[in-house]
Write a protein that binds this ligand. Sequence first.
Ligand SMILES: Cc1cc2nc3c(=O)[nH]c(=O)nc-3n(C[C@H](O)[C@H](O)[C@H](O)COP(=O)(O)OP(=O)(O)OC[C@H]3O[C@@H](n4cnc5c(N)ncnc54)[C@H](O)[C@@H]3O)c2cc1C
Length: 376
Amino acid sequence: MDMLNDPALATFRGEVRAFLDTRLPHELRDAAWRATSVFIDPAVTLPWQRILNARGWAAPDWPAEFGGPGWDEMQRYVFAAECARAGAPGLAPMGLKMVAPVIMHYGTPEQRAHYLPRILSGEDYWCQGFSEPGAGSDLAALQLRAVPDGDDYVLNGSKIWTTHAHFANRMFALVRTSNEGRPQAGISFLLLDMATPGITVEPIRTLAGNHEFNQVFFDDVRVPQANRLGGENEGWSVAKHLLTFERGGKYAPALIARLERLRAQQSADPLLRARLDREVVSLQALQALELKAMRGVGGSAALYASALKILGTEAAQRIDILACDIAGFAAWADADGQTPAELAVAVPRYLNDRAASIYAGSNEIQRDLIARLMLG
Ligand SMILES: Cc1cc2nc3c(=O)[nH]c(=O)nc-3n(C[C@H](O)[C@H](O)[C@H](O)COP(=O)(O)OP(=O)(O)OC[C@H]3O[C@@H](n4cnc5c(N)ncnc54)[C@H](O)[C@@H]3O)c2cc1C
């Protein structure tokens, strides 16, 4: 906490606050407050991404050479905290946070030059084609077949739980290019155009009633081999690299901002107040760990990513329960339409966040990964 309040950051913080005060449209902020999922509708996130991009701030974590603002880790953290405090919509992670770093790392100069500017501007909206009906936790069991044919691969099979595939014009996908050796050794990583003939997107509705994810079917879909990222049968390394970005990062800024809004709604109930105070402490610890992870102190990126994923998602689920308890009856019926957004959406958020300990690899799997990384 002290590090974030360093006077050297005060000018930067002031600049960010001034920008948010003047450039964050109220209707986008209100829509973000009422959102019930971390995957906010692109009708809300893309306009905000364009505003940020015009200022050069759409991708705070990207290196300057690819279009990032060139901030150090403390500035990036302060920016995230200020955006959360102001109620700015969280941008879709699939492009900016997940596929972009692996394009930077494994991409050819042509792939970088083509895709990265389109991710920044929002022209390309990505979805993630990893999971299959028979390959979730055991991701290496994936079977979507990609058979070389001339300059192309021909794809047959399906992907499932594909978040926002119904909005996306691009997918990054793991495909099977060989059945030789270990399952991990026959996987390649492809970048797809969702308008390619033979791709069908079928909606799946969640228990909460939302259409957020889909099953995507591939029926003789031709993808140029030039769209492969990394070598043939070397996609597992690309996927593991991507997963550290998907799981790691900054959970605390949005949770701290949410907790502060809940504290502002809280009555004098001493038991609720004590639970809120406990979460303040747990989020400060999470924030300290995130700052350590950004500096790469004391552990590998994969270790931090798994630890942060568990701690961040479990904190979110505890805060969901607190929000429901504070809201009480208002969580079920906003009778007069006057209930603050934070409480009016408490129940759908609680339901939606049950998925947080499953997606990006379940928390049981993260515990297993930590044990393997620490114990060998
Ligand atoms: C909201 C949501 C969005 C998603 N979005 C995407 C997406 O955009 N793209 C994508 O590719 N995937 C997506 N997923 C899929 C997600 O990655 C998988 O659901 C996840 O990896 C778990 O796989 P599974 O559902 O097949 O569960 P399973 O693998 O069948 O696991 C079932 C249960 O068994 C436990 N388990 C399994 N193996 C072990 C083990 N070895 N040790 C201990 N426990 C174990 C798991 O923890 C889990 O509790 C999404 C999922 C959700 C819920």
